[in-house]
Design a protein around this ligand. Structure first.
Ligand code: ADP
Ligand code: MG
Length: 394
């Protein structure tokens, strides 16, 4: 819990709206340990909600007008159900890009006939933006909690996650899978979450107490990533279409075994084959994860993380030199079981599984060597699996 941020949203609320907020909610970012770029292929993912979050202070407005302050941008916006379709504010001016996330949540809730009464809200976050830790989902899930609290309705966390994904897909216009919103909504303290992206069934897997999740932000952000992301999705779809000629029952790459893939890969165009191989093998890796973690075989699980990085680098081609440097250094340090890029790629963060006793030393050495090699000062967070989006007790 970041009490400094909680105080900040409270104080800003006081300044902007007068009085203390009726409620404060928090919704975490997430990090994915295994199963990368498979959520949109019906695969399995293994994320955890992290102890970095968006905090929102809010009160009912007793009208249908919602007034927002994004404290991190020092900007405000005002919206209502009437202004949502035109993506404008109540004064007719266009909604800023950042406001599309809360507005999208309002839109998605309205498509489900769920009330979004007017609220006054101030929010701020310690999830770094655009670095693969899902700051966008954390904003969406924070607003889900706010409207659920005041709207007189209640949905299970997975249903809230699905509506937030709908907001991001169709209102914001980002073609994300379900993992981000799921992890932010359903996080459990000290547990990894194993989600079947097809059935949406999920379970928790305990993370041994003597391990730390260390996130290392390369501080590099590549442009054009959404275009590349869409190309990867298209390649996966092309592979399914082509493989269907021999495997008529498949719906997605989830249904293709490694054995069948090896037999048929030759008929795919080379690039499509590389992309699809990553997905098929990554789904196989993530299937092994549960038994390994249950058995406490962290060594082997870490090796799967390392293999995942090689596959993202060489087959899916979503890494970049700085991510590769960060991973290489991490893997050479004491106490590190596994390291790989996490999130969509092309910059952003790596995730590392590290012996808790060594996490501090690991982080310092990693930061130092990375900066020496690349010239970028990285940001390293020693984090832990945390609770999902929630209303805080004041
Ligand atoms: P990420 O990987 O962090 O989710 P995205 O590009 O999907 O990156 O989402 C980042 C966007 O989410 C920001 O550009 C902004 O519009 C919105 N956002 C994230 N954090 C905040 C915040 N603290 N305040 C306002 N908007 C935010
Ligand atoms: Mg996002």
């Amino acid at each position: 819990m970041n009490t400094e941020l909680i105080n900040r949203v409270k104080n800003t609320f006081q300044e902007k709206f007068g009085g203390t907020p009726a409620h404060i909610a928090r919704a975490p970012g997430r990090v994915n340990l295994l199963g990368e770029h498979v959520d949109y292929n019906d695969g399995f993912v293994l994320p955890a909600a992290i102890d970095r979050a968006t905090y929102i202070a809010f009160s009912p407005d007793n009208s249908d007008q919602t007034t927002l302050v994004a404290a991190d941008f020092n900007q405000g916006a005002s919206l209502s159900p009437q202004t949502i379709p035109s993506k404008t504010q109540t004064d007719g001016s266009p909604l800023a890009e950042w406001a599309h996330y809360p507005a999208g949540v309002m839109w998605a809730l309205s498509t489900g006939q769920l009330a979004t009464p007017g609220l006054n809200a101030v929010y701020a976050s310690d999830v770094p933006r655009g670095s693969g830790l899902s700051s966008s989902a954390s904003v969406e899930m924070a607003f889900m909690i706010a409207w659920q609290t005041l709207g007189g309705w209640m949905l299970p966390p997975m249903q809230r996650a699905l509506l937030a994904q709908k907001a991001e897909n169709h209102y914001v216009g980002v073609n994300c899978g379900i993992m981000d919103q799921f992890a932010s909504a359903c996080g459990v303290e000290n547990k990894l979450l194993l989600l079947d992206c097809r059935s949406l069934e999920w379970k928790t897997i305990p993370l041994p107490e003597d391990l730390s999740i260390v996130i290392a932000d390369t501080k590099v952000r590549r442009a054009l990533t959404s275009g590349e992301y869409n190309k990867r999705r298209a390649a996966c779809e092309a592979a399914v279409q082509s493989l269907k000629e021999d495997l008529p029952d498949i719906q997605s790459l989830r249904d293709v075994s490694v054995e069948d893939f090896n037999r048929l890969a030759g008929k795919l165009p080379q690039v499509v084959s590389k992309r699809a191989r990553h997905v098929v093998e990554e789904i196989e890796r993530s299937k092994q994860a549960e038994a390994l973690l249950e058995a406490g075989n962290i060594q082997h699980f870490g090796e799967l993380m390392n293999e995942c990085h090689v596959s993202l680098r060489d087959l899916y081609e979503v890494s970049c030199p700085e991510l590769d440097v960060m991973v290489r250094i991490a893997q050479s340090l004491e106490g590190c079981y596994g390291a790989r890029l996490t999130g969509a790629g092309f910059g952003g963060c790596t995730v590392n599984l590290v012996a808790r006793e060594q996490a501090e030393q690991f982080s310092q050495s990693l930061a130092k060597s990375y900066e020496t090699e690349t010239g970028y000062a990285p940001e390293i967070y020693i984090t832990r699996a945390s609770t999902g989006a929630e209303l805080l007790k004041l």
